[in-house]
Structures are given as structure tokens and as C-alpha cells.
Design a protein around this ligand. Structure first.
Ligand SMILES: *Cc1c(COP(=O)(O)O)cnc(C)c1O
Length: 460
């Protein structure tokens, strides 16, 4: 036979979708699986066989029914899924930043499942505001006069500048024009608000006089960005909030501070913490302060604005607030998290708990993980390693608390292979590679997750 004719004949022997759907094993699959997924899996398998026939017309045309279940499983796997964080980076933006406290999770579930008083003052029978639910807590915790919650930190910056500086100038130090991550830059967010950036000073040094000499009748505000994700050392100078506020007041200008992380307690139990708390910046007199809900605060993704009543009034009136407003689940989670701060229950907040875990506890956890892994896998060499964790989330770049990890390496293959296998597990385990080892930092793992990590080694 001619090769073409041979191929055509082979292709004709391929099973048809309808015929496969009638087979007993596939019919049982259909009983417990949505029909679309079974049909798609069957089509994909037939397509795969067709590809094999094109490469070799003599290959088998029999459909492997066992494989269908695997294909169906991957089709039904949700896209947003659980991951075990063994990187030691507590606020890992790629892994969803702050895990929520139990109280916030419960509050989300209650709020999501039924109606709630989101924008209704039930007693007074009139329209209420979704913002009022967390305002009283934010005022109590930060000492500010007014507060507002939006979707995220960048949104808070956008709203603050749109409300106060659209079409006018904002003076900002060249040493503070940071890139937040994912290619997003604070100066771009600022410009999007309609404000015109007036950059002053140099990369390493900016003085009050630099701000002062840039003030003109076009100036709307003085702006300070907290250098969250990098630090400057050496011959440096910047202007503290208090000095900027003095200048702003003397010249009738607002002082706006993008704090980034939103630390609410000084009591982090870490060395190398240079982060100011929100309370300290309020006290220094800033008119508006913006920060994230899911960085050091340890709550849901949100942007929080606190400041003077007058400065907030302009934000409350601005149409962008409607576009940036938080949903009820965010408010529910934020309220529950802030209540823990109010009551001093810091240990209940996972972010703070992970940052504050001491080395002794971490070492014990690493020993436990080491034992589980060793029992799970004999061809991998496991060790216990002293490592440094990171805070992440663009916060505290100089703070790298000591931690403990389990190191894994294989004589026959590089750590990349182990890493790839663990990432392919269910749930995936994400560690990091250093010194030819795969390192699993236990700071960001819970005790309950340790057996799952060992299981991932067993399967991989
Ligand atoms: C993280 C950060 C932001 C953005 O906050 P998101 O909540 O990620 O939108 C803005 N400014 C600074 C200085 C930050 O560190």
C-alpha cells in the first residue's frame, strides 16, 4: 500500500466519540462526572491517537480507557488551588500573600451565605455605608480621624491622588519612586490619577529644601512613599514625615504618605525592623496615609486610607471610590482581623504568628519534617539546615529572620528534578534551591501540613 493510503486506512480504524461513550467503563465514568468533561477527554485521547498514527501508521489505534480518568481529573481541577509554601517567605505575593485568621474565614462564610447589613442601617431604616463597618476599628487602632477601605493598596494611592491632586503637581523624592513588583511602579500609579509628578532630590539624598524650592502655585500635595521593598545604606538622607508635614502646613499643602505595608503593632518580635507603624505616621501628622490589608497587617486584600476628616472627605466624594469599593467579603474578613488587633490577640493572626515563631520551635518542626520525609523516601538524602526566611510582600527587606529547613538532595539527579516533582504534587510544594539542595523552610508550613510535604516526596 502507498503510505498515504495506509495512513488513511489506519485513521479510519480510530474509534468514534459516540462509540467510546457507550463502552461500559466510560458509562460508569459518566455516572459520576459531568458529561462535557468525559466528552472532552475522549476527544483529546482520540486526537492523541491520531497524532501517533500520523507519526507511525502501524501504531495501535486502541484507546486507553484508564487514561481517561486522569485526563478528566485534570480538566476538573480548579485553576486557583491550594499550595504548600515551603519558601519561608511569609508574604509571598505569588502565593497569595497573607493567609487569613480563622475568625476572618468564619466571618466570610457567614457573610457569604446570607444577606447582611452591608449598606443598610437596619435600626434606623435608612441607607448606611459599607465603609462604616470597619471605620470605628481603624480609628481606634490608628488614632486617625477618618478612614476608608478600597480594593487594594494601589487603589488607595490612586484615590488619594485623584481626589487631591488631579491636574496639579505632587512633589515626591527621586529616592522613593519604587517599583512594587510584577512590573508595577508607584510613579505610574501616581500619574494614572491625573497628578503631575514633580521629582525632587537625588537617588540617595533628598532634603526639606528640595521639596520647598519645588513648591509653586501648581502644587497640590507633598507625597512620601515608604521604601518597602528595598533599603538604602551609605551616604543617604531623606525627609521624615514630621518635617514634611511642617512644611506642608506652612504652605497649606496636604501631606500624603504611601506606607505600603501597614504595620499595626510594634511588637513583631523581630530584629532589623525599621518599619514605622501606621499609628506613628498618624501621630506625625500626615493628612492621608495609604497601606495594604494583606501585607504585614495580615488581613484580606484591601487598600486602607486613614487621615484627617477634611482630607478623607474629598476621597469619599470622588467617583473612583465607587469603582474601587471593597466587596462585602473583604469587609467581613477585615473587620474580623482588626478585632484581633483591638483585643491584642496577635497570635491568632497567621502572618504575625509565622513571623514571631522562635528558632527553637522552628527547629523542632524541621526535625519532625525530617523524620517524616526520611520515612517516606529512602533514595533521597535529607538534612536539617539553618536558613534565613524573608518577610516578603515588599516589606522589611533588611529583616531576614533565622529559620530551619529540611534540605533534600539525590545522588543521581540535581535538586531541580526534586523541585519539579514536588511542584507537580497535589497539593504542590514550593521550596527553593540553594547550595545544590532543595530547601523546605518550615516557617511558612503548619504542623498539619508536614505529613502532606512527606507525601509529596513519596509520590514524586
Ligand atoms: C505594596 C505596595 C503598594 C501596593 O499595594 P497593593 O495592596 O499591592 O496594591 C503601594 N505602595 C507601596 C510602597 C507598596 O509597598
Amino acid at each position: 500500500m502507498q503510505p498515504d493510503a495506509e495512513l488513511r486506512a489506519a485513521l479510519q480504524r480510530l474509534p468514534k466519540v459516540d462509540e467510546v461513550l457507550e463502552r461500559p467503563l466510560v458509562r460508569t465514568l459518566l455516572q459520576r462526572t459531568p458529561r462535557w468533561a468525559v466528552v472532552e477527554a475522549v476527544r483529546a485521547e482520540i486526537e492523541r491517537l491520531r497524532g501517533e498514527l500520523r507519526a507511525d501508521p502501524h501504531s495501535a489505534v486502541e484507546l486507553d480507557e484508564q487514561r481517561l480518568a486522569t485526563v478528566i481529573e485534570s480538566l476538573l481541577q480548579p485553576s486557583l488551588d491550594r499550595v504548600l509554601n515551603a519558601t519561608g517567605v511569609v508574604l509571598h505575593t505569588g502565593l497569595g500573600r497573607a493567609p487569613l485568621c480563622q475568625q476572618a474565614i468564619a466571618r466570610i462564610a457567614e457573610t457569604a451565605a446570607a444577606y447582611c447589613n452591608l449598606e443598610l442601617d437596619v435600626d434606623e431604616r435608612r441607607r448606611g455605608s459599607r465603609h462604616q463597618h470597619v471605620t470605628h476599628l481603624l480609628l481606634r487602632l490608628t488614632g486617625a480621624e477618618a478612614a476608608l477601605v478600597v480594593n487594594n493598596g494601589a487603589g488607595a494611592v490612586l484615590l488619594a491622588l485623584a481626589a487631591h491632586a488631579a491636574g496639579r503637581e505632587v512633589i515626591v523624592s527621586r529616592g522613593e519612586l519604587v517599583e512594587i513588583g510584577g512590573g508595577f511602579r508607584v510613579p505610574d500609579v501616581m500619574r494614572t490619577s491625573g497628578a503631575v509628578l514633580c521629582e525632587v532630590g537625588t537617588t540617595n539624598r533628598t532634603h526639606v529644601a528640595d521639596y520647598e524650592s519645588a513648591i509653586s502655585d501648581k502644587t497640590a500635595a507633598l507625597f512620601k512613599v515608604h521604601r518597602s521593598n528595598f533599603a538604602q545604606i551609605g551616604f543617604t538622607a531623606d525627609v521624615e514625615v514630621k518635617k514634611l508635614v511642617e512644611l506642608g502646613r506652612a504652605r497649606s499643602l496636604q501631606t500624603i504618605v504611601d506606607l505600603g505595608s501597614g504595620l499595626l503593632t510594634e511588637d513583631l518580635g523581630l530584629e532589623g525592623v525599621t518599619e514605622p507603624t501606621v499609628q506613628q505616621v498618624v501621630e506625625a501628622g500626615a493628612d492621608l496615609i495609604t497601606f495594604s490589608g494583606d501585607k504585614l497587617l495580615g488581613g484580606p486584600q484591601a487598600g486602607i486610607l486613614v487621615g484627617s476628616k477634611q482630607a478623607m472627605a474629598a476621597c469619599e466624594r470622588h467617583p473612583l471610590l465607587r469603582a474601587l469599593r471593597p466587596d462585602k467579603l473583604t469587609i467581613a474578613a477585615l473587620e474580623a482581623t482588626l478585632e484581633l488587633y483591638r483585643d491584642g490577640n496577635f497570635a491568632e493572626i497567621p502572618t504575625l504568628r509565622m513571623l514571631r515563631t522562635n528558632e527553637k520551635e522552628l527547629h523542632a518542626r524541621a526535625v519532625a519534617l525530617h523524620a517524616l520525609c526520611t520515612a517516606a523516601r529512602s533514595d533521597v538524602q535529607f538534612s536539617i539546615e539553618r536558613v534565613r526566611s524573608a518577610v516578603g510582600g515588599g516589606a522589611l527587606p533588611l529583616c531576614e529572620p533565622w529559620s530551619w529547613a529540611v534540605g533534600a538532595c539525590k545522588k543521581t539527579a540535581g535538586p531541580e528534578l526534586l523541585d519539579a516533582r514536588l511542584r507537580a504534587a497535589d497539593p504542590p510544594v514550593v521550596g527553593r534551591i540553594a547550595d545544590d539542595k532543595l530547601l523546605l523552610d518550615v516557617r511558612t508550613l503548619t504542623d498539619e501540613e508536614l505529613p502532606q510535604v512527606a507525601q509529596a516526596f513519596r509520590e514524586g
